[in-house]
Design a binder for this molecule. Structure first.
Ligand SMILES: [Zn+2]
Ligand SMILES: [Zn+2]
Length: 277
């Protein structure tokens, strides 16, 4: 198999276009901006729809999957030799969707996961962005995050520390939950992501001054004590942001004594096989 290694500075694998309803721009615009911003690998990772349309408020309708796939494949062909375009999905994990995500993983280049909703009830949503996180919410979040890490389906876990968006202080609970997530990521050999989108959100005021909504320094300082693979992504929802935040995330990582992993991408016929090394 023909494979190439790419360093983090030329790769972004977390990207959302107009398909999700809260992102902007066409796949082709992302490709254009990615070239202008000197990326070598662009991963499209639209929020993955599920057949019962759960979370449809923040993702494309299930029936639109074919169009998204075609769009990515067409742009991929147009950019051969100029930019490596990978077709992926960001999945919200729940165990009942495991077999569906398994099928999806066989039909695209990679899957990543993020946990945004803590409700187990299909008719209600409990977003980590809209609700103050209680200690119980933090445990629920951690439990689902661990299940996703253990599922064996995902290349990396997005913004593991997103719970700090609405949880005010770093305390014994956040420390214990973060430790569980990091240790599980090491055991399952799944990379964790420092996410630039949290740096674009409103800064959080705390008793010790202002901080990013996420990434959270204490989480990543803890991570630096483990052999966990760490990557960074823009989590762009607009083509202009496709490589936005890399420098800031690199500085942030360095302040936590973290070095980014690299990517190994192999080609087998029309499929890309990607791993984080
Ligand atoms: Zn999104
Ligand atoms: Zn995302």
């Amino acid at each position: 198999m023909n494979s190439s290694t790419y360093t983090q500075e030329v790769v972004n694998l977390h990207t959302h276009s107009y398909y999700c309803g809260h992102g902007f721009g066409e796949v082709a615009e992302y490709a254009e901006k990615a070239c202008m911003q000197h990326l070598h690998v662009l991963g499209m990772s639209e929020h993955c729809p599920v057949s019962d349309e759960r979370w449809v408020r923040t993702r494309m309708p299930f029936a639109m999957l074919g169009q998204y796939n075609q769009d990515c494949l067409r742009t991929q062909n147009e950019y051969v030799g100029k930019l490596e375009i990978l077709r992926g999905f960001e999945c919200d994990y729940l165990p009942q969707y495991r077999s569906f995500y398994k099928e999806m993983s066989e039909q695209c280049d990679y899957l990543l996961f993020g946990i945004h909703d803590l409700s187990l009830d299909i008719d209600s949503e409990y977003s980590v962005f809209w609700n103050t996180m209680t200690k119980q919410d933090l445990y629920t979040y951690t439990e689902i995050y661990l299940q996703a890490l253990q599922s064996g389906l995902f290349l990396f876990g997005a913004h593991p520390d997103v719970f700090m968006y609405n949880y005010q202080e770093w305390d014994e609970e956040t420390k214990a939950c973060s430790k569980a997530i990091i240790e599980c990521a090491v055991d399952c050999n799944v990379a964790l992501e420092i996410n630039a989108n949290g740096m674009r959100k409103k800064m959080v005021e705390t008793s010790r001054g202002v901080r990013y909504a996420y990434p959270h320094q204490e989480f990543w300082k803890l991570a630096s004590q483990y052999p966990v693979k760490v990557i960074t992504n823009s989590d762009a929802h607009n083509p202009d942001s496709v490589n936005d935040g890399f420098t800031l995330c690199k500085t942030f990582a360095e302040s936590c004594s973290i070095e980014f992993s690299s990517y190994l991408i192999g080609k087998e016929k029309d499929t890309s096989i990607i791993s984080i090394v």
